[in-house]
Design a protein around this ligand. Structure first.
Ligand code: PDD
Length: 280
């Protein structure tokens, strides 16, 4: 695989980053995951707008323009002949020398890494046919979940807890309400209404979420943005999650309780279809 590191395209074995890099030492880095379907980059502008916002919120300087980001994405697609999968992008605060909590001096160059991940048949994930099952765990993450940082240890722990329980994913719960999934935004459907938590610092502002809500409104579906509880989810007709890498994923079980018929519901299936049609 050919990857991008600080202005160069290199075989992955040759791409090396310092042990003093703040991304390594402090988890001081932000990232984006952009999906690719049939060689086409999805939601590029949305991901770049969010990347710029994450950088700004952390006072990280990375002087790469939108046009340059697009050129890098395109070059990686071409060099790796990527058809289905995604591009992972990470910007760290760079090599700061000896460990120090303070940010390095202005002008320290960031470390910029991008690589492709091939996932043939990404749009035909059999999990979407069956629907997935989730467990709930307390949301013990920090309170700036709107910034897409690489500090993903708690998300990993939640996914491991789900796996140990024999389920596919975990939902985070805080003050009695679901915040989001371990790596996705979540929704319930009750009497035809789509309910999802409103945007704030408590959740990541999903790029897929924004598109799906727009598509739902265009398809005359009713959307209500408010928090919901696990009990409400268990009494819902259906549930689903959205993310760049899974699009719209039906959820059929929450903490051991089957939703509706126990199969992916019509609203989830329709939204997945619409999203994939519009991405084609
Ligand atoms: N995860 N919430 C969290 C905590 C996430 O990590 C993600 C994305 C989302 C959905 O955002 P988007 O629709 O922009 O992908 C919500 C990515 C895919 C990941 O970490 O792999």
């Amino acid at each position: 695989r050919i990857v991008y590191l600080n202005g160069e395209y290199l075989p992955e074995e040759e791409a090396q980053v310092s042990i003093f890099d703040r991304g390594f030492v402090m988890g001081d880095a932000v990232y984006e995951v952009t999906s690719v379907l049939g060689g086409k980059l999805l939601e590029f502008e949305g991901h770049m707008t969010r990347l710029e916002r994450s950088l700004r919120e952390l006072e990280m300087v990375c002087e790469i323009s939108r046009e340059e980001w697009l050129a890098i994405h395109r070059e990686l697609l071409k060099r790796n002949e990527l058809v289905d999968g995604g591009i992972y992008l990470q910007v760290t605060r760079g090599n700061a020398g000896d460990r120090d909590f303070h940010y390095p001096p202005a002008g320290t160059p960031p470390t910029v890494v991008l690589y492709t991940q091939s996932k043939p048949g990404l749009a035909n994930d059999p999990k979407a046919e069956k629907g997935i099952r989730v467990i709930s765990v307390p949301d013990l993450r920090w309170h700036r979940r709107d910034i897409k940082t690489v500090q993903l240890l708690y998300a990993s722990m939640a996914k491991m807890a789900a796996e140990k329980a024999g389920k596919e994913d975990a939902w985070f719960v805080e003050d009695g309400f679901v915040t989001e999934g371990s790596s996705n935004n979540c929704y319930i459907v009750k009497d035809g209404k789509i309910i999802t938590r409103q945007l704030s610092n408590d959740i990541l502002h999903g790029i897929t979420r924004a598109s799906v809500l727009k598509m739902a409104a265009e398809a005359q579906m009713e959307v209500v943005e408010r928090p919901f509880t696990i009990a409400e989810a268990q009494a819902a007709d259906e549930a689903f999650y959205t993310s760049a890498s899974a699009f719209v994923m039906p959820i059929v079980e929450v903490d051991g309780v089957e939703l509706g018929t126990g199969k992916p519901g019509p609203v989830s299936k329709r939204l997945r279809e619409i999203y994939l049609e519009e991405s084609a």
